[in-house]
Each structure stands twice: as structure tokens, then as C-alpha cells.
Design a protein around this ligand. Structure first.
Ligand SMILES: *Cc1c(COP(=O)(O)O)cnc(C)c1O
Ligand code: SF4
Length: 341
């Protein structure tokens, strides 16, 4: 990943292609044997992969698989999606509500931890299952599903004029169909004191077909100012169809940021972080946060020592323009913002 070259804007998707992403999702790999066969990996990975996937299922779209090196069990993209036996080990200090979401509930589907912005859990669905996910045990079944069930959350937002920014999160909010999303956005737009719409999504990275002409049109014709926060952890993710999708978002005029998670064996070295930050800014994306791993059960083997993280950030500061260095933060339950480390 040392070519910073950005290809010219690709021929745009034709209208009607927006349903492509449903096909991409339907065809995603869900069976550990299938994954290991496609990537020509060692048979010894099979049994643990099945055991871990029985707790948190494997899910990875073909577009993402195409960016993984065949036969390399250490590939940084593979490591984000391959279920491992280590997930089943119990570690003290790692729990199922690591970020105290339960305490921040204001209405079904509505979380508020910080002043001025609130977050909607729009869906529990994702197009990929990241093995380190801090919401792998989130009780999504309790959140609204049908559009009417959003009313209490919308009423709460309407009644609180201190909230200026609404964040769509999940799961992945871009898993909603365009029709569902349009309906929700309409309702949010009618709340006069909301000024900004922020979408936290990994779909442009894992299922780039989702970034359709129709979606971008919907987001760029709102009254609300749109901001998209992508979730890429490694420069190798930002190639091919993914780079093109990111390019389309940026060129549509949406402010585009990225948050990454610091992950052992994936991006816990200076050169991986440098490549990621440079690749992002070359694509027009500002590195926003580098998150210290939330201590969720099953993810302990991804944890990186904070001291190492701090040294890496110092090194990045010495080598990159200021805007290309993310804030290294951790989420502390009850704190009034993400805490800089
Ligand atoms: C992380 C988070 C936000 C966003 O925080 P910013 O610092 O504004 O990016 C907002 N609400 C909740 C509940 C969060 O967990
Ligand atoms: S896309 Fe986000 S919410 Fe979904 S599994 Fe990955 S980290 Fe978790």
C-alpha cells in the first residue's frame, strides 16, 4: 500500500444499481469452511473458527475478501473477520456492556452521553462481523424495528432543543434500505433545532456497492449538514472498489472522517498507522479518532497497551501534518466526552 495515487473518478454507477448491494450482502460468506477454502488457509483453523462463530457468527462480503491476501493467516483484513479460539477465553475486566450503553438510554433506540449530540441505534445489522466489535453483545432485539416504534425517540429529540446533531449508528445505519432511511431522515429534518446529521458507517469499507448515486443524492439534498464517519482500520482496506466508493462520497461534498480501532496484530505499529493516515488523507478523508479497544468479552486478544499507543501517536505527530493525526481516545463510562490518551 505505498501508492498514494488516486484514480480519476470512476464512471458513476447507473441508476438502479442501488439494489446491487442487497445482492452483495446475500452472497456474503457466512461459513468458516467456505472462508478458509476461498483464502487457501490451514485446516487447523477450522475447528476453532466454528466454535467461535457459534457465539458470534462469521460474516464477510466478497468485496472485502478480494482485498485479503490468499494463504496468509496474518493478513490484517483477515484478522478482523476470522473467528478464533481466543475469543472464547474469559478475561477479567472484559464484559458485555463495556461502554455502559445501558446507562445512556433516553428512549428506545436513543442514546445520549454527550452535550449537544445524541445517537440513534438504527439497526442491529452489519454487513461484516468485526471480531473486536464493542457491540457484539448489544441487546438489539429491544430496540425499535418498525418506523412507528421510533416515535418515542423522535419525541424525546423534539422536546430537547439542546441537541443539534443526530448521529445514526447501529449496527450499521446504511444497512437500512434507501426507503427506510429516507423516511427516518424526513422525520429528523422536521425537528427544527437539529442542524447536523452524522452517519457512522463501515459499509463503504466492506460493501462499497452501498454508496449509490441515490444514497449520495439523498444525503446531499437535506436541510441537515451531512457528515460521514467511516471505519477503516488498515490502508489495505482502502483499495479498488472501496477507494472508488470513498472517492464518490468525498466528491459529493460530504465532510468525511474516519475512526479506527487500535488492534493488536492488525495496525499496532507505526508504519501501519502512517500508511492508514496517508491513504485516508490522499482520498480526502480526515483521520478523526483512533480508539483504544473497548473491553468487551471475546476481544481481549486485540488489546494494545496504552503506552505503546501513545508512543505511536507521538511518532505520527513527528511525521505527518497535524490534520492527518487522529486523536487517540478511549471511551470512559460516565465521562462527558471520549477521553484523549
Ligand atoms: C462516541 C459517541 C458519540 C460521538 O462522540 P464525538 O466525540 O462527538 O464523536 C456520541 N454519542 C455517543 C453515545 C457515543 O458513544
Ligand atoms: S461494522 Fe461496526 S458495529 Fe458492525 S460488527 Fe463491525 S465494528 Fe461492530
Amino acid at each position: 500500500m505505498n501508492s498514494p495515487h488516486i484514480s480519476a473518478p470512476q464512471p458513476t454507477l447507473e441508476r438502479g444499481d442501488s439494489e446491487n448491494w442487497h445482492r452483495g450482502l446475500a452472497e456474503a460468506v457466512r461459513d468458516p469452511d467456505h472462508l478458509l477454502d476461498l483464502l487457501e488457509l490451514d485446516d487447523r483453523l477450522r475447528e476453532p473458527a466454528h466454535r467461535a462463530a457459534s457465539q458470534f457468527p462469521l460474516l464477510v462480503p466478497h468485496s472485502y475478501l478480494a482485498r485479503i491476501e490468499r494463504g496468509n493467516p496474518h493478513d490484517p483484513l483477515l484478522r478482523q473477520v476470522l473467528p478464533l479460539g481466543a475469543e472464547l477465553q474469559v478475561h477479567p475486566g472484559f464484559s458485555s456492556d463495556a461502554v455502559a450503553d445501558a446507562a445512556a438510554h433516553r428512549a428506545p433506540g436513543l442514546l445520549q452521553k454527550y452535550t449537544g449530540r445524541a445517537l440513534l441505534i438504527t439497526t442491529g445489522a452489519c454487513a461484516v462481523h468485526c471480531r473486536y466489535c464493542f457491540r457484539r453483545d448489544y441487546p438489539y432485539g429491544d430496540e425499535p424495528r418498525r418506523i412507528e416504534e421510533w416515535q418515542p425517540a423522535l419525541d424525546t429529540l423534539e422536546a430537547d432543543s439542546s441537541i443539534h446533531e443526530i448521529i445514526l449508528s447501529g449496527g450499521d445505519p446504511l444497512m437500512l434500505t434507501d426507503a427506510r432511511l429516507a423516511d427516518l431522515l424526513n422525520r429528523l429534518e422536521s425537528i427544527g433545532h437539529l442542524r447536523r446529521l452524522r452517519i457512522h458507517t463501515r459499509l463503504p469499507i466492506v460493501l462499497p456497492q452501498r454508496v449509490s448515486v441515490e444514497l449520495l443524492q439523498m444525503l446531499t439534498t437535506l436541510r441537515l449538514t451531512p457528515i460521514m464517519v467511516l471505519h477503516a482500520n488498515h490502508a489495505q482496506e482502502l483499495q479498488h472498489d472501496c477507494a472508488q466508493a470513498v472517492n464518490r462520497i468525498v466528491r459529493s461534498g460530504i465532510t468525511t472522517l474516519n475512526q479506527a480501532v487500535l488492534l493488536k496484530g492488525i495496525n499496532d505499529n507505526v508504519s501501519a498507522q502512517l500508511d492508514l493516515c496517508e491513504r485516508l488523507v490522499d482520498l480526502g478523508v480526515i483521520p478523526y479518532y483512533l480508539h483504544q479497544l473497548d473491553r468487551v468479552s471475546g476481544a481481549a486478544h486485540f488489546e494494545v497497551d496504552e503506552e505503546l499507543g501513545r508512543r505511536m501517536i507521538d511518532e505520527l505527530r513527528a511525521r505527518l501534518p497535524g490534520y492527518a493525526v487522529p486523536q487517540y481516545v478511549r471511551e470512559v463510562p460516565g465521562a462527558e466526552c471520549k477521553i484523549p490518551l
